[in-house]
Design a protein around this ligand. Structure first.
Ligand code: SF4
Length: 150
């Protein structure tokens, strides 16, 4: 997309249908649904059960496709990479909450795919969370993991 046009559009506004998203990305609708089932993306679900994607979601899927096609990563490897984003540091969870948090103790999957009950993430809309929103492209993920694990 033209960068001037991109600047005018909020990257997080869900406004793209699943069919258009699939066309923009050169993938099938089935593939986008599979990524959602695997917890790699969280589109907005409208009452009608239609999904809407933002430009941030498009960038996220581009990063996923790049990892699969160019770097030969599996879906499981991509989940592991997401699990390395230290959400507990980013949202500043207490030591007490870390003791029982699956994202902190288990790894292997993105934090937003775990059911959180007794910690600050309980009941939060992960799509609105900085951890999900900010780490939507490959460079940010790489930089974030490097920064927080140095
Ligand atoms: S609110 Fe969701 S995305 Fe944010 S740190 Fe918690 S589980 Fe992860």
């Amino acid at each position: 997309m033209d960068t001037e046009v991109e600047d005018l559009i909020d990257v997080d506004t869900p406004m793209i249908s699943i069919g258009t998203a699939a066309q923009l990305l050169g993938v099938s609708v089935h593939t986008l649904r599979m990524y959602e089932r695997e917890g790699l993306i969280i589109p907005v679900k409208k009452d009608s059960k239609h999904r809407l994607y933002s430009h941030g979601d498009i960038n996220r899927v581009k990063c996923i496709r790049n990892a699969i096609n160019k770097m030969k990563f599996s879906i499981e490897s991509i989940k592991s990479i997401y699990s390395m984003i230290p959400c507990w540091t980013i949202i500043n969870c207490s030591d007490e909450h870390r003791k029982t948090c699956k994202a902190y103790n288990i790894h292997g999957k993105p934090c937003w795919t775990y059911k959180h009950e007794d910690n600050p993430c309980a009941g939060k809309d992960c799509r609105e969370c900085i951890v999900y929103r900010h780490y939507s492209d490959c460079n940010r993920i790489k930089e974030g993991i490097k920064y927080y694990t140095r």
